[in-house]
Design a protein around this ligand. Structure first.
Ligand code: NAD
Length: 235
């Protein structure tokens, strides 16, 4: 990409596609999670209010599968970029897995929450958590049985927007990796970046819904195209 030498501050948005080759189902791609489950039934704020037991069981099942996976070369390449990049860098992930961290990245924000912690709706504690929820365990901080997954349900406000938008404003380059551009507000970041004159690059298996918003789109599996791009940046 021409002019990459001028880039100093980078914001990277990642989605389920970066973890697909680690064996974690994406949401919307064929054979994905939402062909087996209806998000309105298992992952929305409304569903939680209506039938908390069902939602907690769904997340217990998801945590059990996501928890055993390994980072792939795309996560590892971003870990390397994070370690070596001298300018500002922020990886904003929509993923609740911890594969970016296992791949060596530190500058990571989980805008849709994560599986490694629980959230107590009584005392607001966020304890490290590897157990289940459906059996209603007590909160380690206050003892109330009000723990839930620390993930953002459909209909809830994403985390860390107060840090993400300033990072986009300060960026020279916005890169979107493995996300379909169907879930807002993350899907709108590319437009926000564009309006600010930030260069935009999409790395994806197939063009996303908002592909036309990007200055450049590179297609291929994340495990190949992300390491190539990182090599270019660090080159
Ligand atoms: P999505 O399923 O809507 O889209 C997946 C995208 O990844 C598609 O654009 C597809 O082309 C691309 N893709 C698939 N395989 C790829 C590969 N090998 N290399 C590169 N790209 C590939 O997922 P999304 O856009 O992240 O949807 C947003 C929601 O999905 C978020 O709410 C997120 O929390 C959730 N989600 C997270 C996980 C996870 O934690 N790993 C898994 C599934 C869904």
């Amino acid at each position: 990409m021409a002019g990459m030498r001028d880039v100093r501050n980078i914001v990277i948005l990642t989605g389920a596609g970066i973890s697909a080759e680690s064996g974690i189902d994406t949401f919307r791609t064929a054979g994905g999670l939402w062909e087996k489950y209806d998000p309105a039934e298992v992952a929305s704020a409304e569903a939680f209010a209506r039938d908390p037991g069902r939602l907690l069981s769904f997340y217990d099942m998801r945590r059990a599968t996501v928890g055993e996976k390994e980072p792939n070369p795309a996560h590892e390449a971003l870990g390397r970029l994070d370690a070596e990049w001298k300018g500002e860098l922020l990886i904003v992930t929509q993923n609740v897995d911890n594969l970016h961290e296992l791949g060596g990245a530190n500058r990571v924000l989980h805008m849709h929450g994560q599986h490694r912690t629980a959230w107590c709706t009584s005392c607001d504690a966020r304890p490290h958590w590897t157990g289940t929820f459906a059996d209603r365990p007590p909160c380690p901080a206050c003892g109330m049985r009000s723990l839930r997954p620390d993930v953002v349900l459909f209909g809830e406000m994403p985390y860390h927007l107060d840090r993400i938008y300033p990072a986009i404003r300060a960026a020279d380059l916005f890169v979107s990796i493995g996300t379909s551009g169907a879930v807002y507000p993350a899907a709108g970041f590319v437009r926000d970046a564009r309006e600010l004159g930030v260069r935009t690059l999409e790395l994806n298996l197939e063009p996303s819904d908002g592909s036309h918003w990007f200055d450049e789109t590179r297609l291929g599996p994340a495990s190949e195209i992300v390491p190539q791009w990182v090599k270019e940046m660090l080159g």
